[in-house]
Design a protein around this ligand. Sequence first.
Ligand code: GTP
Ligand code: MG
Length: 176
Amino acid sequence: MSINFHKILVIGDVAVGKTSLVNRVVYNSFSEKYKATIGCEFGIKMMKIDGEDVRIQLWDLAGQDRLGGISRLYCRDAHGAIVVSDITRQDTIDKALVWKSIVDDQTKTQSGGSIPMILCVNKYDLADEGLKLSNEELQKFAIEKNFAAAFFTSAKTGQNSETAIETLIREVLKIS
Ligand code: GTP
Ligand code: MG
């Protein structure tokens, strides 16, 4: 049976661009202004994937809540997660693993698996002033760390934002 409603968590450190990515895919808009998310915001996106209509509910969590444990509650019944990092800040890439492990712990099934997750290394429009990370290195990292896929994204230009979500939903559909 196919489900047509998907709860997707959008997680990662403070100011990496989670809300901006959600606004890019939901409203096709971008703002340079930073307004920290408090708690959780929602975005709904309808997509047609391989001929199927899917309704995606994006749960955009506050980066600063990680230690508060609030995000653990939000994991309940999630189908997939997008872990976001910032190409200009190495620590946010290291922290992506911490975020992933929190979700792994919270969503582990009896058979030991957890929900599909992808890694988005965002702000790729700033790559010139950012870390020197090749796509090959990124893909290797993603495989090693058990992400279903990884992308360089930019909420500013829109690069890969929809592709990333489509890829995640395909992974979710595979196991549902
Ligand atoms: P929290 O809600 O605090 O966890 O932050 P967040 O991850 O939701 O970050 P947010 O989307 O609010 O973006 C933080 C800042 O980065 C804002 O000033 C955005 O304009 C900027 N930003 C986000 N994505 C991009 C991007 O792809 N490129 C560039 N150049 N700036 C970006
Ligand atoms: Mg936010």
